[in-house]
Design a protein around this ligand. Structure first.
Ligand code: SF4
Ligand code: FES
Length: 286
């Protein structure tokens, strides 16, 4: 069972055929076309697609041409859903032209980003005709493309709302209010994990997580009661444990994931060995 996988609802997903640059591919009906295309090895540049968030087509880099009933249109592949017979082209002259202008814009928007430079160079764009953004207040040091993923993950998934867009127009940057350390930040690091340009600087040192990009905010890291390793922000660990149902046993709560798993595995081995020993001494019934 490959594409006929069982969905979360328990119903099998229907498989459809889509055509990417003349090649027939399988996809789940309704699947995000960008996701299916990347799985099939198609080269479609993208910055703002993150599977755990609703697609919203911010960066426009994944633009493809869709052919339907003899008509063509340009659509972002990350907001397009797979249907039977859908046909897309990823490298028409119009798409290449559009994409190259975008790369030039991103080279100007994030002149310090090696990720953007390398991505643009792969598509043959190494210069920009646009004025480079120079903003000394930018806490992300000229590496942010304003895709908004960090802001969305902080708000929509972590529920912290610690960062947001600051200023307007060409002066827009991402940061904390007044660029100061924000006590709403729990130091989860989700923002840095989703950032496509690796613009966000977070460092773990001396039992603390320091958010260099977010006003230098600091949160204490929880320390494992067995191995002594600092393993996660204390506030995040406490919030996660508070939500667990059934609750985690008290003796496991202060352990890092590795020590927790080892303790549970050791207990299971002991129980199984006892069961095996009991099995050996148990008299057979006739
Ligand atoms: S910091 Fe990264 S994730 Fe946040 S808006 Fe900028 S590029 Fe996107
Ligand atoms: S990845 Fe599709 S618009 Fe950004």
């Amino acid at each position: 069972m490959t594409h006929e996988e069982i969905g979360l609802s328990g119903t099998p997903k229907k498989s459809v055929t889509i055509v990417i640059d003349g090649r027939k591919c399988r996809a789940d009906e309704g699947e995000i076309v960008l996701s299916a295309a990347l799985r099939e090895g198609a080269a479609i540049p993208h910055l703002c697609y993150e599977a755990s968030l609703d697609p919203y087509g911010a960066c426009r880099l994944c633009m493809v041409e869709v052919c339907h009933n003899g008509k063509t249109s340009m659509v972002t592949a990350c907001t397009l859903h797979a249907t039977e017979g859908l046909e897309i082209r990823t490298d028409t002259p119009e798409i290449v032209k559009y994409r190259n202008v975008l790369f030039e814009l991103y080279l100007a928007e994030a002149p310090k980003s090696d990720v953007i430079k390398e991505m643009a160079a792969r598509y043959g764009v190494t210069r920009t005709r646009f004025l480079k953004k120079i903003d000394t207040d930018d806490p992300l040091g000229g590496s942010c493309v304003l895709c908004g993923l960090c802001v969305r993950v902080c708000n929509e998934i972590m529920g912290a709302g610690a960062i947001g867009f600051v200023n307007r127009g060409p002066y827009t940057v991402v940061g904390t209010p007044f660029f100061e350390a924000n006590t709403d930040c729990i130091g989860c690091g989700a923002c840095a994990n989703v950032c496509p340009t690796h613009a966000i600087r977070i460092e773990d040192r001396d039992g603390e997580r320091v958010m260099h990009s977010w006003g230098g905010g600091r949160v204490r890291l929880a320390q494992c009661g067995v191995c002594g390793k600092y393993y996660a922000p204390g506030a995040l660990t406490a919030a996660t444990l508070a939500r667990l149902l059934p609750p985690l046993r008290d003796d496991l709560a202060g352990l890092c994931p590795a020590c927790r798993a080892k303790r549970i595995a050791d207990e299971e081995i002991r129980v199984n060995m006892r069961g095996g020993a009991d099995h050996h001494v148990r008299p057979r019934r006739s």
